[in-house]
Design a protein around this ligand. Sequence first.
Ligand code: COA
Length: 259
Amino acid sequence: MSYETVSVEKRGKVAVLTINRPDKLNALSSQVHAEGVAALDQLRTDDTVRVLVITGAGEKAFIAGADISEFEGQTPVTQRDLFHQRSFFNTIDTFPKPVIAMVNGFCLGGGNELAMACDIRMASENARFSQPEINLGIMCGGGGTQRLPRLIGEGRAMEMALTGDMIDAATAEGFGLVNHVYPSDQLEAETMKLAEKIAEKAPIALQLSKEAVKFASRSNLDEGLRREVDLFAICFSTEDKKEGVSAFLEKRKPEFKGK
Ligand code: COA
């Protein structure tokens, strides 16, 4: 299937999904939301893809937020529908494979919310982050008030949500909003290196690890520990567990099959 506002490129076991509206700084229109979800649905069942990288086209922006020009025509009902449970944000959050955001410039509003729905964030030195919705007389609606405090703490999240101010990449790294920052010309190579490393691991163990880590901020400790041990036990039913253990004992590299 081909799309107008997103493109998907497969590089070995890694798929790169690019939001492709550079003239609008990759703003999230309703078409981007729909095509993004459709692309993820295809990649979900593609066994050749083990890791997904999401980025923005061009050198200036990852995603400069929701497409503000569409706000005029939105009613409370249509806007709510766009951000429903099967939204682009939530589809990334619940995607069964690791997702890395490659943040190559402005990462604002819905862009920052989309990056936060990913599992790991890699940023270039020129990346800038904000939740500027407050400047439009509205508030975060794609997870900003929920995922941001869980990542960086309530006080910092509150300041970002209430001021709309931009922070630079070094500050975002210090806050824990991004995992790593690289010079722009190294971002892609470093992101691919990380993606390829993860793509060699056992897919079912990756999926269950992601589920368990995400559960940590959604449960109390006892529930989380119970969920973890159940998921850990499921790993013992896989062929990849046999392969991983045998490979270690035989002093060779494991070949994981996702079974
Ligand atoms: N929605 C729709 N269009 C957007 C957009 C958005 N969120 N962000 C940028 N664009 C468009 C601009 O309207 C402009 O289009 P045009 O060339 O047809 O006029 C184009 O992208 C380039 O942006 P421009 O504003 O000219 O670039 P800049 O370098 O002067 O400023 C930003 C960059 C990111 C500071 C500025 O575009 C901006 O503030 N964008 C909105 C950010 C925002 O509030 N996002 C949250 C929405 S809830």
